[in-house]
Write a protein that binds this ligand. Structure first.
Ligand SMILES: Cc1cc2nc3c(=O)[nH]c(=O)nc-3n(C[C@H](O)[C@H](O)[C@H](O)COP(=O)(O)O)c2cc1C
Ligand SMILES: CCCCC(=O)C(=O)O
Length: 370
């Protein structure tokens, strides 16, 4: 059991931040090159990384006026869990690179903000410790291992610890080529463990002289032959709802719905297949394909309240923050992530009011012009 004493937040710079770009600048400035390049990079030419942001900007809003917006309500629900607003935290590996509190800082911020944290398989903190801090506001992300029993064990532990859904990442049978990590030999610093991937010594044995060591850690563990047929095996080990993360087409969304899985539209923050379609561009065909049978979520490039609004207008039940949460964590631990969530929620509330909507339920397709 880890015994990090989580310090009460006292990060004076945070109060000067007015948007997520400010938090990003603050967070970036606190990271060394190894961590910064790992968090920031996308695959190859980073076309998809940029497209995620540009995709939101290209969509224009169609506001309505003369509506009573004196009381705007941004609450929603995902899989029956009430959220303060439709924003959760996407799974990302190695929060210990950002802050000493690692995943626990993120979990505490998600819990206190009424949000939801998705915990990566590749966390630096054991599931049970994170679950305690997340107080029920937790999903668990699974990279299915070639060792099925090890995967089943992780799933059972997550379920026992109180995770409310299992998020299976389906866009990463191999790690995308993030060139800065190749060039500068990204590796985990020796003081950080990855409890779900074996001992630190075990990981160290996988390392090589050059290139991204993430590739080595990952390739030794993850099942590249996992297919739709294997979802039945997953069903046999858990009663949790299953969410498939990394869907970008109507064809796969339909298959997911037929398998009873919820759909998380994502291109992994542009870190896997470069030049893949942006998330917000992929969303409409996915929403159309599933015809309301399952819930649809989205991540990739969300940094503004209007981004959240556009995703909801196009049928997403909630959006998730990848890098934005990491920048917040680097900027100020729990308080930094909390600031990230609070600023985004405030922006969303204002945007909703300026669009002439009183609540999330009123946001529909008519709010956007593609
Ligand atoms: C540093 C980093 C680590 C990530 N690790 C994981 C992971 O362990 N599992 C996973 O499913 N997705 C992982 N992702 C992808 C995120 O869940 C998410 O899809 C992506 O970051 C969303 O884009 P955004 O960063 O623009 O918000 C990672 C992303 C980043 C930036
Ligand atoms: C695919 C490699 C595992 C961590 C991860 O998902 C990421 O760095 O994006």
């Amino acid at each position: 059991m880890t015994t990090i004493n989580l310090p009460d937040a006292d990060v004076p710079e945070l109060s000067g931040t007015v948007n997520l770009a400010d938090l990003e600048a603050l967070g970036r400035a606190r990271l060394d090159r190894n961590a910064l390049e790992y968090y920031a990079s996308g695959a190859n030419d980073e076309v998809t990384l940029r497209a995620n942001r540009e995709g939101f900007r290209a969509i224009r809003l169609r506001p309505r006026v003369l509506v009573d917006v004196s009381n705007v309500d941004v609450r929603t629900e995902v899989l029956g869990l009430p959220l303060a607003c439709p924003v959760g935290i996407a799974p990302s590996a190695f929060h210990g690179l950002a802050h000493e509190t690692a995943e626990r800082g993120t979990a505490r911020a998600a819990a206190s903000a009424g949000s939801l944290m998705t915990l990566s398989t590749f966390s630096n903190t054991p599931i049970e410790d994170v679950a305690r801090d997340a107080v029920g506001r937790l999903w668990f992300q699974l990279y299915p291992y070639t060792d099925r029993e090890a995967s089943a064990d992780l799933v059972r532990r997550a379920e026992a610890a109180g995770a409310r859904a299992l998020v299976v990442t389906v866009d990463a049978p191999f790690v995308g080529r993030r060139e800065p990590n190749e060039r500068h030999r990204f590796a985990l610093p020796p003081h950080l463990g990855v409890p779900n991937a074996g001992s630190r010594e075990h990981l160290a044995r996988m390392e090589s002289e050059s290139g991204s060591q993430l590739v080595n850690y990952f390739q030794g563990l993850v099942d590249k032959a996992f297919t739709w047929a294997d979802l039945a095996w997953l069903r046999s080990v858990t009663t949790l709802p299953i969410v498939l993360k990394g869907i970008l087409t109507a064809e796969d969304a339909l298959l997911a719905a037929e398998h009873g899985a919820h759909v998380w539209v994502s291109n992994h923050g542009g870190r896997q297949l470069d030049t893949a379609v942006s998330s917000i561009e992929a969303l409409p065909e996915v929403v159309e394909a599933v015809e309301g049978r399952v819930e649809v979520y989205l991540d990739g490039g969300v940094t503004r309240g209007t981004d959240v609004l556009k995703a909801v207008a196009l049928g997403a039940r909630a959006v998730f923050l990848g890098r934005a949460a990491l920048w917040g964590l680097a900027a100020g631990g729990e308080a930094g992530v909390r600031r990230t969530l609070d600023l985004l929620q405030d922006e969303l509330r204002l945007a909703l009011a300026l669009c002439g909507k009183q609540n999330i339920g009123q946001v529909g397709r008519d709010l956007v012009r593609l």
